[in-house]
Design a protein around this ligand. Structure first.
Ligand SMILES: [Zn+2]
Length: 244
C-alpha cells in the first residue's frame, strides 16, 4: 500500500504540473479562435458595405442613363413639335416635353442625394478597411506569438511527463483507473489528509475512526476520501520510512 501511495503521490505531482500547461494549451487556441471569428465578422461587415456601395453606384448609373434617354426624347419631341399639324398634336408634344423635363429634374435631384451618400459610404468604407487591416496585422502578430508559446508549452510538457509511464506501471490497474477517474472529475486526485481529519481536497471532515485507521497504515488499499473520492496522501505513512 505504501509503495502504491508513493507512486500515486509522484504521479499526482507530475499530473498537477502538466495540468497547468494543459489548461494553457487549451486557452491559447481558444483565444486564437475567438480573434479569428471576430475578424471574420468584420470581414463580413466590410463585404456588406462594399455591396451597398456597389448598389448605390448601379442606381447612380441607371439615373444617368434615364437622364440621357429623356434628353433624347426632348430632342425627338422638339422635332415633332416643328411638324405638328394642329393644336392637338402640339399639345401632345408639349406633354411629352413636360414629362421628360420633369423626369430629368427628379433624377437630377436623386443623383445629387445619391452622390453625397456615395461619398460618405466610400469614406466610411475606407476607414473600416484601414481599421480591418490594422486588426489583421495585430492578429497575425498575436498568432505567431501564440504558436511560439504553444511550441514552448509542448516542449515543457514533454519534459514534465518524462518517467510518468514507469511510475504508473508501479500502480495496480484498479487503483490507476480510479486515480484517472478522480483526476478527470476533480483535477487533482491525491490530496493531503490533515492531522485534524480534514480532506484538503473537499474541505470536509473524515470520520475519526477512518482517520485512525489511515494513520496506522494498515489499510490494504490506498485510502480515499469518503466524500470526494480523492486519494489521501498521508505524510506519516510515506515520509518516516527509512527506505525513502
Ligand atoms: Zn475529500
Amino acid at each position: 500500500m505504501r509503495d502504491t501511495l508513493r507512486a500515486l503521490a509522484k504521479l499526482s505531482t507530475i499530473d498537477a504540473s502538466a495540468r497547468e500547461i494543459d489548461l494553457q494549451l487549451q486557452q491559447i487556441p481558444a483565444q486564437i479562435g475567438e480573434s479569428q471569428a471576430n475578424l471574420k465578422k468584420l470581414d463580413a461587415l466590410l463585404a456588406r458595405e462594399r455591396s451597398d456601395l456597389a448598389s448605390a453606384e448601379t442606381l447612380k448609373k441607371s439615373h444617368q442613363e434615364e437622364i440621357t434617354k429623356q434628353n433624347t426624347s426632348i430632342g425627338q419631341a422638339k422635332s415633332k413639335a416643328a411638324k405638328a399639324r394642329n393644336s392637338r398634336e402640339a399639345d401632345a408634344v408639349e406633354r411629352e416635353l413636360d414629362h421628360a423635363r420633369r423626369t430629368i429634374k427628379e433624377r437630377e435631384t436623386e443623383l445629387a442625394t445619391l452622390a453625397t451618400a456615395i461619398e460618405s459610404q466610400k469614406k466610411t468604407l475606407a476607414e473600416h478597411e484601414g481599421e480591418f487591416e490594422k486588426l489583421r496585422a495585430i492578429f497575425a502578430a498575436d498568432e505567431t506569438k501564440a504558436n511560439a508559446e504553444l511550441a514552448e508549452l509542448h516542449g515543457k510538457r514533454n519534459i514534465i511527463v518524462v518517467g510518468r509511464d514507469e511510475i504508473a506501471a508501479k500502480i495496480d490497474k484498479v487503483t490507476l483507473r480510479r486515480y484517472e477517474q478522480v483526476r478527470e472529475k476533480r483535477g487533482v486526485a491525491v490530496v493531503e489528509l490533515e492531522t485534524n481529519g480534514m480532506c484538503t481536497g473537499c474541505r470536509l471532515a473524515v470520520p475519526p475512526q477512518l482517520v485512525i485507521e489511515i494513520g496506522r497504515g494498515e489499510m490494504p488499499e490506498v485510502p480515499q476520501c469518503p466524500h470526494c473520492r480523492r486519494f489521501f496522501y498521508v505524510r506519516s505513512l510515506i515520509e518516516d520510512q527509512p527506505s525513502l
